[in-house]
Design a protein around this ligand. Structure first.
Ligand SMILES: Cc1cc2nc3c(=O)[nH]c(=O)nc-3n(C[C@H](O)[C@H](O)[C@H](O)COP(=O)(O)OP(=O)(O)OC[C@H]3O[C@@H](n4cnc5c(N)ncnc54)[C@H](O)[C@@H]3O)c2cc1C
Length: 486
């Protein structure tokens, strides 16, 4: 007779694995089913270019992981490789700006904008903010005054936030951070992304994972196995009938996939809502095997965990607006905004001795099939003259390739769904408990639930709490408050 599980988790991304570990630690029988041959979803590392080079398939830099209350509480065995500078941003031939742990130094470097920068960011440089930002939005915040203050500024657009500043440096910093929202910088709520990212640079040194992001997935899998849970790889679920006997199922999938899998087990209105859910633009990613580090024109950028390559606020805003408008706008392909990471600078396991890796992606219209490599190379050459001559090999992943390696990346979208203001609240539908579905045995735990994209495991944490309540298990996962790294 086959085993009856308390919980089956479909998908082994950081959210699925977090939910599975938490439920297994309550003494429940838990089995994870993963479609791909390796666990981790957005947390995978592979030799994509030349022998001896290790590249992160998706996530690379982990401020949200080290600030995640649940990862802190899980006590994961993972070695962070922090950078002394979290963000670098070349603006033009004369100017660049960086952000690192010292708020005073960052403010001083912004000259006449320093005081305004300090006033804006200082109140949010606290782990308290992340406890509320990483929680469902329709819940009473733990720190109501702080969160209300954050909301008042965060609900605005990045453009209106940037208008408070005069220097190209301060404006560029805001643009680069806000652009992680993958929205036009004129969209309401994009100021929140800028605030969260800027505050995080003064709280933690944005790290990569020593050995690759896959090592974080391995730590989660080890925690699961130690708690008595099971994982099966290479097992794509297409229907509820394929699941082993279980009491509840948690889906670390897109709402669209859950709709297809669940069939008649969900009401028609839920299928309609899941079909309406918007995934947003995709990304075009390039991995590089390099002969030497990226030759940035400006000092200080080589030490940065993440380099925002896109020039001035206006240039970044133009690129993001064109990407959102769709494939007809050619300007986007000429000067795309790039997010660049250089993991080998702090993690020598990524490349042979003396060699380096590079990682760059730009936002593109969903499902774009255009070749953005020439534009990516031109942007890198512009800010790092001589870059091309250091490239030994490249590996390009457009939206279709990304989706082929992880079904959650619909049209190449990386955040589990567009982060429009509406979808911050209705993620994927407007419910007090967005992890539950109308079927009491079916839960969603992916980044398509609050708090959304990024590696933090908190969608899994809140979904596990919801599932525990449905199982009638008295155990409480509590409210973990200790961040993994201060
Ligand atoms: C290119 C890129 C760069 C990124 N960079 C960063 C970064 O630097 N920092 C950061 O914090 N975040 C980053 N992210 C975002 C981050 O990776 C995701 O937000 C995060 O991984 C979401 O976790 P998840 O558990 O919800 O889903 P995922 O990590 O996407 O995992 C979902 C898993 O479910 C599996 N699955 C799906 N459908 C089925 C099925 N039917 N049956 C079985 N298994 C299934 C998939 O194979 C996958 O393993 C990046 C993402 C991408 C794509």
């Amino acid at each position: 007779m086959s085993t009856r599980y308390d919980a089956v988790v479909v998908g082994s991304g950081p959210n699925g694995l977090t939910a599975a570990v938490l439920l297994a630690r309550q003494g429940l029988r838990v089995r994870v089913l993963e479609a791909e041959p390796d666990a981790g979803g957005g947390l995978r590392t592979r030799p994509l270019t030349l022998p001896g080079y290790q590249h992160d398939l998706c996530s690379a830099i982990h401020p949200t992981a080290v600030l995640s209350p649940v990862f802190g509480a899980l006590g994961l065995e993972v070695e962070w490789a922090p950078f002394s500078t979290s963000i670098g941003h070349p603006i033009d031939e004369r100017r660049s700006v960086v952000s690192h742990r010292s708020l005073d130094a960052a403010a001083d470097a912004l000259g006449r904008d320093g005081a305004a920068y300090r006033r804006l960011v200082a109140p949010f440089v606290t782990c308290d903010l992340f406890e509320d930002v990483l929680a469902p939005p329709l819940r009473v915040p733990r720190h109501p005054l702080l969160f209300a203050r954050f909301g008042l500024t965060g609900l605005r657009s990045a453009r209106s936030l940037a208008q408070r500043f005069a220097t190209p440096e301060a404006r560029a910093l805001i643009a680069g951070c806000a652009a992680h929202s993958i929205l036009p910088l004129e969209a309401a709520g994009t100021a929140a992304m800028a605030l969260v990212f800027l505050a995080s640079t003064h709280l933690v040194d944005w790290p990569c994972v020593r050995g690759g992001s896959g090592a974080l997935a391995a730590a989660l899998v080890n925690a699961l196995l130690r708690a008595g849970g099971e994982i099966e790889l290479g097992r794509r679920v297409t229907s509820l009938d394929e699941l082993p006997p279980h009491r509840v199922a948690l889906f670390d999938t897109s709402p669209r996939a859950l709709s297809a899998i669940a069939g008649h087990a969900l009401p028609a209105r839920t299928h309609r809502a899941f079909q309406r859910y918007r995934y947003g633009p995709g990304v075009f990613k390039v991995d590089f095997a390099l002969e030497a580090p990226i030759p940035w024109r400006h000092e200080g950028l080589a030490e940065a965990s993440t380099v925002h390559v896109g020039g001035t606020f206006e240039e970044v805003a133009d690129s993001e607006r064109a990407m959102w408008a769709g494939p007809t706008d050619r300007e986007h392909t000429e000067r795309p905004f790039l997010i660049v990471c250089q993991q080998s600078h702090q993690d020598s396991t990524r490349a042979p001795p003396g060699r380096h890796t590079g990682y760059a992606y730009c936002h593109v219209p969903a499902g774009s099939t255009a070749d953005h490599l020439p534009a990516v190379m031109a942007q890198l050459e512009r800010h790092a003259p001589g870059f091309s001559s250091r490239v030994l090999a490249t590996r390009v992943s457009g939206p279709a390739a990304l989706e082929a390696e992880n079904a959650n990346l619909i049209g190449g979208a990386i955040a589990g769904g567009a982060t429009t203001l509406a979808q911050v609240f209705a993620r994927p539908t407007l419910r007090l408990d967005p992890y539950r579905t109308p079927n009491p045995r079916i839960f969603l735990c992916s980044a398509s639930t609050p708090p959304g994209g990024g590696v933090h495991g908190m969608c899994g944490y809140w979904a596990a709490r919801s599932a525990l309540r449905a199982l009638g298990v008295k155990g409480d996962l509590g409210a973990p408050r200790r961040a993994a790294l201060r």
